[in-house]
Design a protein around this ligand. Structure first.
Ligand SMILES: [Zn+2]
Ligand SMILES: [Zn+2]
Length: 281
């Protein structure tokens, strides 16, 4: 049994996202045969196809918050899964303010074709096809409902420190994860509702994962700055820290103390476009 994590984007700031200097499709979690798409930002649909994955095969979509760089393709993915209602099914997990209120980001029209729609809240924990999802902390993030996550599947635990301001005690909530993903948008603290590499140090120390991954990069974090930051975090925390790359695959196998990690690049990635893919008919 193994859990595969495929990064379909690593962009964070507006310029990196909207100039597509890095992709912005979130990431896919897969434990055969189940697929969960987390934070499908703009282009998620296209990035899946580029990796040879049928967007209609996504079983669940999970949003950490409603911002466009995390939810831009949510309706497109639900439409792909349900084919406009012809093949009903699929699950959506999202904070309440992504689903309700004046300006929901998930259209009602698409929602009614899903099997299950569940609102994430501060004490949310749910099971789904062998996965356990848990909201660990309501992050302070521009006044929108934003939740960090711990995802567990067959004894493997992944933490996602999503967008948000650093806070005292944040890392404790991720204690016990094997892999900790951190949305480090900046290199140095800016007193903003986004995390910096420097602020990641106490979080990684408190959570004490086996591995950490940094992602969600603004302009100041792309290129060799990210590599230097990962080396710096590894040295400061003693936790091996990896820089996420677009289309990077992480495979976690085993369980408990025997969890191992393998890093690679998606072998089917076709960066030139979609013309080489097989037409499924
Ligand atoms: Zn973001
Ligand atoms: Zn955000």
């Amino acid at each position: 049994m193994s859990l595969r994590l495929l990064f379909l984007g690593t962009s964070g700031g507006r310029r990196v996202t909207f100039k597509q200097l890095r992709a912005s499709g979130g990431f896919l979690l897969e434990s055969a045969p189940w697929r969960v798409h987390v934070d499908p930002g703009p282009g998620a649909l296209v990035r899946l196809v580029q990796c040879g994955i049928d967007p209609g095969s996504i079983d669940a979509v999970l949003l950490t918050h409603r911002h466009l760089d995390h939810s831009g393709d949510v309706n497109a993915l639900i439409e792909a899964r349900t084919m406009g209602g012809w093949t009903k099914g699929g699950t959506l997990f999202a904070p309440k303010d992504a689903l309700e209120g004046e300006d929901p980001v998930v259209f009602q029209y698409h929602r009614k074709h899903l099997d299950r729609v569940e609102a994430i809240h501060p004490h949310w924990q749910t099971t789904w096809n062998g996965f356990i999802f848990r909201a660990v902390w309501p992050h302070l993030h521009h006044g929108v409902e934003t939740y960090g996550l711990v995802i567990e599947e067959n004894g493997i635990r992944i933490g996602l420190v999503t967008d948000g301001r650093t806070e005292e005690g944040l890392g404790e909530h991720y204690r016990g994860v094997d892999l900790l993903i951190l949305n480090t948008t900046f290199r140095y603290p800016k007193n903003m509702d986004h995390l910096s590499v420097e602020e990641a140090i106490p979080i990684i120390e408190a959570a004490h994962p086996r591995w950490a991954i940094i992602t969600h990069f603004s302009m100041e974090m792309i290129g060799k700055v990210a590599d230097e930051a990962a080396a710096y975090l590894s040295a400061r925390t003693g936790i091996s820290t990896i820089v996420a790359q677009d289309f990077m695959e992480i495979t976690l196998s085993g369980k408990d103390k025997g969890v191992s990690l393998k890093v690679g690049l998606n072998p089917l990635i076709n960066p030139l476009g979609l013309e080489k893919r097989d037409d499924p008919g």
